[in-house]
Design a protein around this ligand. Structure first.
Ligand code: HEC
Ligand code: HEC
Length: 245
């Protein structure tokens, strides 16, 4: 039981007493029941005020410890003076999204998509096949539609298929993901601006924030993720160093 619940219950006991039993008590005792009630209310009000203050403080950028479920926007990194370091920090923040199961489940380093937060192999078994579209008889599009099918639990978005194996992210570090995104032999010969635009606008990427059913969405919003990637490019597209996660 939390402190607030206890206080709430304490209040209820007293209110209950006022409503019935307290009426039959001698006057001094009735008064003390009222005083007690108001004290409980006052304490509850203070607790609420502290809680509200606490929530407000949690919104402050950067000064808070890093939380993988929150995504900071590019402005939070403006205080990092050195462009190279800022660029690296921006990519590291954006990689909170890229390393989320909603994204890595479809960006595996082998031929099998993954499912759920546990990232177990796709059930029923399916294979990458031609261009990531599945194999005849088991094409992705025979089950996955343009939208999530809530009753059948099948996630969906337009042109649902597996990311190319060169764009595998599952099990990789932010540094490795960054290097491969910049490598024309592994990014399908795209410009970095094309990759950033894909990140900000693509429908399969967008699905990561409305994954349907009880799936946890990727951190932040696609808008913030796109803005982080653009800011990373604008600051020189530097990659985080080393194998740090
Ligand atoms: C026979 C039907 C069927 C086929 C074919 C199929 N899928 Fe699925 N897929 C499903 C169902 C059902 C789920 C939902 C499982 C769940 O969440 O319980 C799913 C879930 C997924 C997920 C997990 C989403 C998440 O983050 O939890 C991915 C990724 C995925 N499929 C990719 C593919 C790809 C890529 C193909 C083609 C290579 C494909 N699927 C072919 C039925 C299918
Ligand atoms: C249903 C599968 C699927 C899901 C889910 C998915 N992707 Fe992708 N992703 C792809 C495919 C397919 C491509 C290749 C698209 C192309 O080349 O036009 C791709 C490519 C990309 C690229 C370009 C990389 C490169 O090297 O070309 C980015 C960036 C990207 N995805 C981001 C994301 C993010 C972020 C998420 C999660 C929020 C996500 N994707 C979820 C299938 C998926």
């Amino acid at each position: 039981m939390s402190a607030i619940d206890e206080r709430r219950n304490a209040g209820r006991v007293v209110v209950g007493m006022r409503a019935d039993a307290a009426l039959f008590l001698p006057r001094p005792l009735r008064t003390s029941a009222c005083v007690c009630f108001f004290r409980a209310m006052k304490r509850a009000a203070w607790t609420l005020a502290w809680l509200l203050l606490g929530c407000h403080a949690a919104k402050a950028p950067v000064s808070q410890p890093d939380d993988p479920s929150r995504l900071r926007s590019p402005e939070a990194f403006a205080q990092v003076r050195d462009m190279g370091s800022r660029s690296q920090a921006l990519f590291r923040e954006a990689s909170k999204v890229m390393l989320h199961p909603r994204c890595t489940n479809c960006h595996p380093p082998d031929d099998t998509p993954r499912q759920l937060a546990s990232q177990r192999p796709h059930d029923p078994p399916v294979a990458r096949g031609n261009e990531g579209q599945g194999v005849p008889g088991m094409e992705c599009a025979s089950c996955h539609q343009d939208v999530n099918l809530e009753l059948a639990r099948v996630p969906g978005a337009p042109n649902w298929h597996l990311a190319p194996i060169e764009a595998a992210w599952l099990g990789r570090t932010p540094s490795q993901i960054c290097e491969q995104l910049k490598d024309p032999t592994r990014n399908g010969g795209k410009t970095l601006q094309a990759i950033v635009d894909h990140a900000a606008n693509d429908a399969l990427v967008a699905w990561g924030w409305s994954p349907g059913h009880d799936r946890e969405p990727a951190p932040g919003t696609q808008e913030i993720y796109g803005a982080l990637m653009q800011a990373w490019l604008d600051t020189g597209a530097h990659c985080p160093q080393g194998g740090l996660p």
